[in-house]
Design a protein around this ligand. Structure first.
Ligand SMILES: [Zn+2]
Length: 160
């Protein structure tokens, strides 16, 4: 009789059926809830505010950086020529002065040097301004800026 092939075919069809059933089972399980349930993980890819958030993070770290760079930076007016420069006190013996072009042009001390045919760039600073800075420090207008990065800042200083 043709019993063995029958069994074989039956077994195969059962396997096929089982396999198909298994596939259908899985098919009905995975994508269906994702499409019918909006709160699932599928929401993440079309989360349109994600780039906004990235921009916000970038903006806040930019503000952080600015705050970091400007911390300890104070505006000091030269009492003699009344130009305003940004001064950052980095330590007891180290004061960083940011001269703007305008300040350099207007500083009477530098003007004097220019008038005398000298090069103001060779003069590190206006001595009167240095005096004014000392006064500002003495008056507590200029807080000493610690060059050590504040802990927890996490700012990677890899920028050139
Ligand atoms: Zn000056």
């Amino acid at each position: 009789m043709s019993r063995p092939p029958d069994v074989d075919r039956l077994a195969r069809s059962m396997l096929l059926l089982h396999g198909h059933d298994d596939e259908g089972h899985e098919h009905g399980h995975t994508p269906a809830p994702a499409e019918s349930r909006p709160g699932s993980w599928r929401k993440a890819p079309d989360f349109t505010s994600d780039p906004d958030r990235a921009a916000a993070v970038r903006a806040s770290s930019q503000a952080d950086r600015e705050r970091y760079l400007n911390s300890g930076l104070a505006s000091v007016d030269c009492r003699f020529c009344h130009v305003s420069v940004k001064v950052k006190k980095l330590g007891p013996a180290h004061t960083s002065v940011q001269w703007t072009r305008d300040a350099t042009q207007r500083c009477a001390h530098f003007t004097e040097i220019r008038d005398a045919g000298g090069d103001p760039a060779r003069s590190p600073s206006c001595p009167r301004l240095a005096d004014s800075i000392r006064h500002a420090v003495a008056e507590g207008c200029l807080e000493e800026y610690s060059s050590a990065p504040s802990p927890g800042d996490g700012e990677p200083s890899t920028s050139p």
